[in-house]
Design a protein around this ligand. Sequence first.
Ligand code: DGY
Length: 357
Amino acid sequence: ASHIRNNRYKVVVCRNLGPDVMPLLEERSELDLVVWPEDRACDRAWLLENIQGAAGVIVMLTDKVNPELLDKAGPSLRVVSTMSVGYEHVDLKAAAQRGLKVGYTPDVLTDAVADLSVMLALMAGRNGGIGTSVVQNGHATYRFVLKWQNYSWAPFGFCGPQLSTTAASPTRKIGFLGFGRIAQATLARLVPFGITHCLYSSNPSSPPNHARDAELSRKYNLQAVEKASVDEVARESDVLFVLAPGGADTYHLVNEALLKKMKKTSIIVNASRGTLVDSDALAKALKEGWIWGAGLDVVEGEPHVPIDHPLVKEPRCVIVPHIASATLETRRDMATRAAQNLIAAILGVQMPAQVDL
Ligand code: DGY
């Protein structure tokens, strides 16, 4: 068959996976590797050319796996392995129609993403963006121009809403849009802050899990862990975490109408996909004070977000460049999992993490 060159399966790797992980692939005598040679997202033209006759491909979330690519690969293709937990860049229907297996990297990044979600909540609430900017640049603008050299400690300087409860303010409601592994790991991290309620909305097709929720509320000693409507979650939350999958079903779940329902002191954190949040609406919400602040790991249109987009300029918006899983440990584990998924599928054994198609 065309995909077996020199008795080996051709495998395309869209990004070098580094010295710890590449040997897993290189040492497999069954594989004939073609690796994108540059340290940037692989060129589409290169991928379309090299995928021809491949049995497998390891992609990143920057590589669109659509019918065009799958048809170029041809009937030799068995597996698409993405080094990410999100897979909205993979056309699952097209993959299923061609009998392909799709691998992804859940679990191994859950803790890293939950860690960063908490960091963003704190940064956004505590004026992390303005605070670091005034020190680094000597000035920052929020309502007025603040000069570092003119600033001295002030009773209410740089104040923001506190994440942890206080004696005078004993209730904290945390909301989640999407309540999967990462949301639940984020909840676990917030328990020591004294939060009291957890509200979440999730995929309408997944039924409420009362037993699990009762168990979580008992375990964490919370007054409530409850599934609610998106509107109710927006209305009630002091911090709203957006941790649901991307794709058409969740596009602009956070829009003007939802932001208008939120508390003026509330924080929104997005560590899922930029497409869930309407950037123009969020910029307006921050500018007009409908909410307090935002912490974003992902932004619509990234990495090509215009530097002068109102959201990027909004002082109460802390944006980091899609780094929620970016720890040395986690990225190595994700790359390992992506390699293992590919190898398993090629050898015809069970993949460590396969997407249900
Ligand atoms: C993913 O895995 O989907 C993240 O966005 C990157 O870690």
